[in-house]
Design a protein around this ligand. Structure first.
Ligand SMILES: [Zn+2]
Length: 498
């Protein structure tokens, strides 16, 4: 029996401070409880008698109440008892309500709920039967409880786990384990012990809700195949140092001819760093974005401090202090898209070893014009009539140690780079010729001139006119014979000219 509460007294409240008052309240409560119990016993006895009476007289509940009204327990019966109908579905009694209209209203609400889930009209029709009797009012069922009980009896809907991709249902099961395993298996390739977050780039979510039983499937193979598939999409690849077209094609799992077809104008053997190529990239149907929190050591290049030095020429430099690399401990969150690093956020940097500044002296003294610049310019401009290497001349094969550049007699011959004249003389085969030393064992020869404009020991600058061309020495016509020698060994001048 429920606890009987008096005004101002809450269930479980502390006893009143006054002991006499507490005793009186206790007595009152016991008295009231006993009275109510007696009343119920009386009515139960009446009902028991009425059950017998009903057997013989087939009395309707309303007639029973009329009879009850004439008895000594009229007021008690009216307060505690009521005719009611039991709502029965599939042989199961689901609850008790007092009017048929209530049942109808509840059925309507259940039908609306089921229709909304199925996406089509649903009628309960004759699935529900009613059984009238007199009951204690306490046994009555609240409308919402009965509605839920009735709804749960509908076999067309069930509670289930719905996997949705971008809000669209793609699989439904009555238990969650298989779907949870599928979700985990899609993330697993990208998750490691440092992963603090893993999510799909397209929302893949599991909802527990009422579903149409016809949507429930045991077989997840089709949805697994879809979610683990790849699509091939074009993307831009930026050429890195050491790349070749065939290596790029191999890496992207495409043929060289496909790669070239996708990049008209690109020559297979001519790539440059930073060049952008269109390639085919295999892209997961469902991308996974993961965030790893990692701590690693990072080498820090030493800062460089330049110090002016007016004893050195401009462009020259000398390391005064080598400095030293530093070492940092970095904690970062690295975001990956399906395993490819997207960006990293540095959370903290702790200096383990500070770098030592590198000090470099840089020259400020003006460089003399006659100093070699380290590269050559053409001594004259004209058609090359004979290249470097083996050739056939006058019917005999011989070796040509330079290049012949056709120019009319009297053309200005310029020093290919700055340096010192070490030879300026006539030779039977070279005619009037000049040799310039550029330092580091590097010399240049200018032969068959008509006139020399420099002498041994002269400092010359790059582009300075050192002779006028001609046809002296062993020649068939006017030209400039130009040679490049390294430590006396003749080189192909074309490898040194722009
Ligand atoms: Zn020659």
């Amino acid at each position: 029996m429920d606890e009987i509460l008096f005004p101002g007294e809450a269930a479980g409240a502390h006893a009143p401070a006054h002991p006499g008052l507490a005793q009186r309240l206790g007595a009152l409560r016991a008295n009231a409880a006993a009275r109510l119990e007696r009343l119920e016993r009386n009515v139960d006895g009446l009902l028991f008698r009425w059950d017998d009476f009903k057997q013989t007289h087939r009395l309707r509940p309303s007639r029973f109440l009329a009879v009850a009204l004439l008895t000594g327990v009229v007021s008690t019966a009216a307060v505690l008892y009521t005719p009611a109908c039991a709502v029965i579905m599939d042989g199961q009694e689901l609850g008790l309500v007092t009017t048929k209209a209530q049942v109808q209203a509840i059925e309507d609400r259940v039908e609306d709920r089921v229709s909304a889930i199925l996406g089509r009209p649903y009628e309960m029709e004759d699935q529900v039967t009613l059984n009238w009797r007199v009951v204690n009012k306490r046994e009555l069922t609240s409308p919402i409880t009965l509605e839920n009980a009735l709804f749960n009896q509908v076999s067309e809907v069930t509670r289930g786990y719905v996997l949705t991709l971008d809000g669209q249902p793609i699989a439904t099961q009555t238990t969650s384990q298989g779907l949870r395993d599928l979700i985990d298996s899609l993330k697993a390739p990208y998750v490691n012990e440092n992963t603090i977050r893993a999510e799909f780039t397209t929302p893949l979510e599991l909802h527990y809700e009422y579903v149409d039983v016809r949507q429930v499937t045991d077989d997840l193979s089709a949805v697994t195949a879809l979610l683990t598939s790849n699509s091939v999409e074009p993307m831009i690849y930026t050429v890195q140092a050491g790349d070749t077209t065939s290596a790029i094609a191999l890496r992207q799992d495409m043929s060289l001819s496909d790669l070239l077809a996708m990049n008209p104008g690109v020559e297979a053997d001519k790539l440059w760093i930073g060049q952008e190529l269109t390639v085919r990239q295999s892209v997961p149907y469902l991308g996974v974005r993961t965030v790893d929190q990692v701590t690693y050591e990072e080498v820090v290049e030493p800062p460089v401090e330049y110090v002016d030095d007016n004893t050195m020429y401009q462009g020259d430099s000398k390391v005064l202090e080598p400095g030293a690399e530093g070492l940092n401990q970095v904690t970062a969150q690295i975001t990956y898209l399906s395993g490819q690093e997207d960006h990293r956020d540095i959370l903290s940097t702790q200096v383990l070893t500070a770098p030592v500044t590198k000090v470099v002296a840089q020259g400020t003294k003006e460089r003399p014009k006659t100093m070699p610049k380290g590269y050559f310019i053409w001594p004259v401009r004209g058609v090359i009539t004979s290249g470097y290497g083996n050739r056939s001349l006058f019917g005999t094969r011989n070796f040509h140690g330079g290049i012949d550049i056709y120019v009319p007699t009297g053309t200005s011959v310029k020093a290919a780079d700055g340096g010192t004249v070490i030879t300026a003389e006539y030779n039977r085969s070279y005619g009037y010729y000049v040799v310039i030393s550029h330092g580091n064992g590097k010399t240049t020869y200018y032969a068959h001139n008509s006139k020399l404009l420099v002498s041994v020991g002269d400092k010359v600058y790059q582009g300075q006119v050192i002779a006028k061309s001609g046809a002296t020495g062993n020649v068939t016509g006017p030209h400039c014979h130009f040679e490049v020698r390294i430590n006396g060994q003749r080189q192909n001048p074309r490898n040194y000219l722009p």
